[in-house]
Design a protein around this ligand. Structure first.
Ligand SMILES: Cc1ncc(COP(=O)(O)O)c(C=O)c1O
Length: 376
């Protein structure tokens, strides 16, 4: 059997990794400034993470959600405290798309309605409702296109109000900082206004923190830069530092009932151990503060590069926009400078999504490599 060929691949075969250094099968080392789509939050094979998972594996790796699972409760308690979201309850699943799928389903259950408002350039995953709220027709099959979704532009409050007042909207979903779309973000004013309109009209506000959550933006959640309170928050990626885990934080004003949501794998013992390890390292190494601090350092160096037209994002969820397409530049960064970076649907933008424990020195090395490839 061969692999179903859906991924265009770079010619690199990593066999081991530590921190932000990834080593390939020929012994070549690469610096990982992308974290495998913003997943590696505390660094590859972090010793505490490895120990926590190893210990858990020797005890019990998995049981379904039919038994008492104290480690899931420990995780919910710690996540609530550390994120400042103690007035939410946690439902665990295994990926970002699944998190958004459950968030959208909850919005529909609660309101009894089905239309969703999403935003231009959004990416929320590839499952049924999640992909329907993703602004990319190419990855929506006819089965997905049956969903009722209206896409609006950030800052278009007038049309937002018009759509909500039609009375058939169950939920509004948005990324505080767009990931795949290219690091655009709503203003605080817009975010606060839509939160108010949602509240006034009984519409569920969903913050998709799959990419921006777990400290990446320099606060635990991206929406916390805007002082709003979503009804549901979806999480994944950095949450497990590579272990496939996701979840939804559901405001305690929303009541659960047996069978409303469910999954076989979500919240298993290993997934909880991985997430607890991430939370412990975020705290013990002050990684959210590090992300906030390094943002300013990154910007100060990016500003010295004339070809950079715009610096986007927050914390260590950053983008550099050029006035040319960057796919060739990114290839050169991989094959000549041995550095991984990310692309986005904005073809002129390089995404920088490293582990949150990188240092100023790592950023220096990134800009030295970038300057070499930009030199005429
Ligand atoms: C903001 C956002 N939401 C959801 C997803 C989907 O997550 P997953 O690929 O784990 O299903 C992604 C993935 O890139 C994302 O960036």
């Amino acid at each position: 059997m061969k692999l179903f060929d859906v991924y265009p691949l770079y010619n690199v075969t990593p066999v081991s990794a530590k921190g932000i250094v990834v080593t390939d099968d020929k012994g070549q080392e690469y610096l990982d400034f992308y974290g495998g789509h913003a997943v590696i939050s505390i660094g590859h094979t972090h010793p505490h993470y490895v120990k926590r998972l190893e210990e858990q594996l020797h005890k019990i790796g998995f049981y379904s959600n039919a038994i008492q699972n104290p480690i899931q409760e420990e995780l919910a308690d710690r996540l609530g405290k550390q994120s400042g979201c103690e007035d939410y309850n946690l439902f665990m699943c295994s990926s970002g798309a699944e998190a958004n799928e459950n968030a959208l389903k909850m919005a529909s259950f609660i309101t009894g309605k089905s239309r969703v408002i999403a935003f231009n350039n959004s990416f929320h995953g590839r499952t049924s409702a999640a992909v329907a709220t993703t602004d990319n027709q190419k990855i929506n099959a006819p089965i997905n296109k049956q969903q009722k979704v209206t896409f609006l532009a950030f800052e278009d409050l007038e049309n937002f109000k018009i759509e909500i007042e039609k009375g058939d909207v169950c939920g509004v979903i948005l990324e505080a900082i767009q990931g795949v779309g290219g690091l655009d973000e709503p203003t605080t004013e817009f975010y606060q206004q839509i939160a108010k309109v949602c509240k006034d009209n009984g519409v569920v506000l969903i913050a998709d923190e799959v990419q921006s959550g777990f400290g990446r933006s320099g606060k635990f959640f991206g929406f916390q830069h805007h002082a709003i309170q979503p009804d549901i928050i979806s999480i994944a990626k950095g949450m497990g530092n590579g272990f496939p885990v996701g979840g939804v934080l559901i405001h305690e004003s929303i009541t659960a009932s047996y069978g409303m949501l469910g999954t076989t794998f979500g919240g298993n013992h290993l997934a909880c151990a991985a997430t607890l390890a991430v939370l412990e390292v975020l705290e013990s190494e002050n990684l959210i503060e590090n992300a906030a601090r390094l943002w300013h350092y990154f910007k100060s160096l990016a500003e010295t590069i004339p070809q950079v037209k715009k610096i986007k994002g927050r914390g260590l969820m950053l983008g550099l926009e050029f006035d040319f397409e960057v796919s060739e530049l990114r290839k050169k960064l991989i094959y000549n400078q041995f550095m991984f970076t990310g692309g986005s649907s904005n073809k002129n933008l390089i995404r920088f999504l490293p582990a949150l424990n990188i240092t100023e020195k790592d950023i220096d090395v990134f800009f030295e490599g970038l300057k070499k490839e930009l030199a005429p």
